[in-house]
Design a protein around this ligand. Structure first.
Ligand SMILES: Nc1nc2c(ncn2[C@@H]2O[C@H](COP(=O)(O)OP(=O)(O)OP(=O)(O)O)[C@@H](O)[C@H]2O)c(=O)[nH]1
Ligand SMILES: [Mg+2]
Length: 624
């Protein structure tokens, strides 16, 4: 299914032509009827001889309402550009044609309307050649030109035939399984509730689907679906649709919302890198820091522009920019955008999103970012995959480029060929660049080595700390460690990671401190110090205390009391024997057995409980 739109200057007969084609008056607002002028989008549809239906979006021609034109053109595949025979090409003919071109709308028919008013063939030919000339160099170049009269019906059949062949031409496979409905209208129908309309893109939606409303990410449920006034179970992309939603209030919906299936992946962004073209005709120069209005699909966003390459982009030039939106938006790679300024209110350019989830640009990264974006410029799927992996390093297969206009199958096919070519690797659920794998493994070894250097008395680094520092997904981190262990590069003990063969090295002073500490514990086995006291006493060699704890030569209770390992093992052994013989052990028993005061018995019980030797029962301990 496809939807087409009208375009053209005010009063050139767009709405009249839609009515002549479809018998539906697209001007639905009372204000529009009174003023005889379209203010907001109108919708109609017609049947083709093939039986297929074509949706038509009618746009306003008045220069004040250009901001309503762009949402209407979002998602349409073809356009009828109207030029009144008596007026010829006018300012909004120009502006609309530019928008059509910037949005990359595939196909166009030019209709010269009101031919009933002009009987001068020479004049008509002049109008025609003017149009032909003006469309040169745009996507609209070479579009068929049909003479019509919406008033007396002349040429309407020919126009219908031309629309039918446009539909044939653009009929593309626009179902990539990633449905999104940019909302252009929200209203309430008595008895049914909230209804939203829009041109459905990229995938089908069905009755019963759970959806998210972006950018707010609110949940809703599709209660019923209508396509050209007919109820249906499922609607195909390209179609004008009306969805009746439950679970959401009208106030939470607005033009600019996007309805998508409930997904786990990224949904919105406010920092976008794009390629933009500045229109030659406006005399406008896009400067760094400029505040502009950006239109994407049916949304309008205040936005600040950061230029990457040069100080300014002049009319007729293009360049990479970063767009910082004033609010979150649902954006995908390849999405078209229009740029307008507020005063004077005119269209100054447009572009295409190359990275919807960009990091705030730092000047020192500009050059690398430009090179990276340049590789994406043509939006080829292979280049997108490679650049995406370069940026994110490790990506879960099912999430790769989920915010693009490529289907999962297409991406999978190209990934498979990249794996075959040895450029992309895969482990677990993840994909990565083959060259990245060894680099990251080296980085991991360097990280451990750095830890050895900074804390030579420590056993190494814990896996948790290493993973956080290196920033790898857990699954990949574990696979990488496993590989390093197998290769004999890393030694793993519990959660501790060390380079193979690493032994903590003590200086002479540290060795002396170690000896003093251990003899202190040997001298007072059952009235040992707390870690605080010990740290105070050995303040110059605090790390030796941690080294002894790491090594297991000292044991620390949760209260901070330290015991020598041998003493603790002796207590453990004797308490176990005592329990076997007596069934329970009390604080008094601990005093009798080891001369431990209450201050020490309670921490010892804590340690024994933790080691699953004992278990608390009232005031006594029993065997665990
Ligand atoms: N004589 C003649 N008048 C026409 C024709 N088509 C439209 N008109 C008249 O032109 C005026 C404007 O027509 P609309 O269809 O409202 O024009 P529009 O392009 O939709 O105008 P906006 O939506 O405001 O941009 C109306 O008075 C129409 O009756 C035509 O083919 N011949
Ligand atoms: Mg109109």
């Amino acid at each position: 299914m496809i939807t087409i739109g009208t375009a053209g200057h005010i009063d050139h007969g767009k709405s009249s032509l839609v009515k002549a084609l479809t018998s539906i008056d697209p001007d639905r607002l009372p204000e529009e009827k009174v003023r005889g002028m379209t203010v907001d989008l109108g919708f109609a549809w017609m049947d083709l001889p093939s039986g297929e239906k074509v949706g038509i979006v009618d746009v306003p021609g008045h220069e004040h309402f250009v901001r309503n034109v762009i949402p209407g053109m979002s998602g349409i595949d073809g356009v009828i550009l109207l030029v009144a025979a008596d007026d010829g090409w006018m300012p909004q003919t120009e502006e609309h044609a530019q928008i059509v071109n910037l949005l990359g709308i595939k196909d166009c028919i030019v209709a010269i309307n009101k031919i009933d008013l002009v009987h001068d063939e020479e004049w008509l030919q002049l109008v025609e050649s003017d149009i032909t000339e003006r469309l040169k160099g745009t996507l609209l170049e070479g579009a068929p030109i049909i003479r019509v009269s919406a008033r007396d019906g002349a040429g309407i059949d020919e126009l219908k035939r031309e629309i039918a062949s446009l539909v044939e031409r653009v009929k593309a496979d626009n179902d990539i399984g990633r449905p999104r409905l940019p909302v252009d209208r929200v209203f309430i129908i008595k008895g049914s509730g909230v209804v939203v309309t829009g041109t459905l893109l990229y995938g089908a939606l069905s009755v019963g689907d759970d959806v998210s409303i972006l950018p707010e990410n609110l949940p809703a449920h599709i209660r019923s679906v209508e396509c050209y006034k007919e109820m249906s179970q499922k609607v195909e992309p390209g179609c004008r649709v009306a969805l009746n939603l439950s679970g959401i209030k009208k106030e939470d919906l607005h033009r600019g919302c996007v309805i998508v299936p409930v997904l786990a992946s990224k949904k919105t962004s406010s920092v976008i890198n794009a390629m933009v073209n500045v229109l030659p005709s406006t005399g406008f120069v896009l400067k760094n820091g400029e505040e502009v209005l950006v239109y994407m699909e049916t949304g309008e966003y205040m936005c600040r522009v950061a230029l990457m390459e040069k100080k300014a982009i002049k009319g007729g030039e293009q360049g990479f920019v970063q767009l910082r939106l004033g609010q979150e938006a649902s954006v995908y790679i390849g999405q078209r955008l229009i740029i307008r300024r507020q005063s004077p209110a005119d269209t100054i350019g447009g572009g295409v999103v190359l990275d919807p989830y960009a990091a705030i640009l730092k000047q020192r990264d500009a050059e690398a970012t430009i090179t990276w974006l340049a590789r994406r410029k043509d939006l080829g799927v292979e280049a997108l995959i490679l650049t995406e992996l370069e940026k994110l390093h490790f990506i879960e297969r099912k999430g790769l480029l989920s915010y693009s206009a490529y289907s999962q199958e297409r991406i999978d096919t190209v990934v498979a060929s990249l794996i075959e070519k040895g450029r992309v690797g895969t482990k677990g659920e993840y994909l990565f660049l083959v060259k990245d794998w060894e680099i990251r493994k080296d980085e991991l070894c360097q990280l451990i080595s750095l830890e050895h250097k900074e804390n030579p008395l420590k056993r190494g680094i814990t896996g948790t700390a290493a993973q956080a520092k290196i920033g790898l997904p857990r699954e990949i981190f574990l696979i990488m460690i496993e590989e390093l262990v197998t290769e004999g590069k890393v030694n793993r003990e519990g959660d501790w990671l060390a380079l193979q063969g690493y032994e903590p090295v003590l200086s002479t002073a540290q060795e002396a401190a170690e000896e003093q500490i251990l003899s202190l514990f040997a001298a007072n086995p059952f009235s040992p110090p707390t870690i605080k006291e010990l740290s105070k006493e050995f303040s110059k060699n605090e790390d030796v205390i941690y080294y002894l704890l790491d090594k297991g030569a000292l044991v620390q209770s949760s209260e901070g009391i330290l015991f020598g390992r041998e003493t603790y093992n002796k207590i453990k052994k004797e308490v176990t024997a005592f329990l076997v013989a007596n069934g329970k052990v009390t604080i008094q028993d601990m005093n009798k057995l080891f001369g431990l005061t209450r201050k020490y018995s309670i921490p010892v019980f804590g340690l024994l409980d933790k080691d699953k030797v004992t278990r608390r029962e009232g005031d006594v301990r029993i065997l665990a």
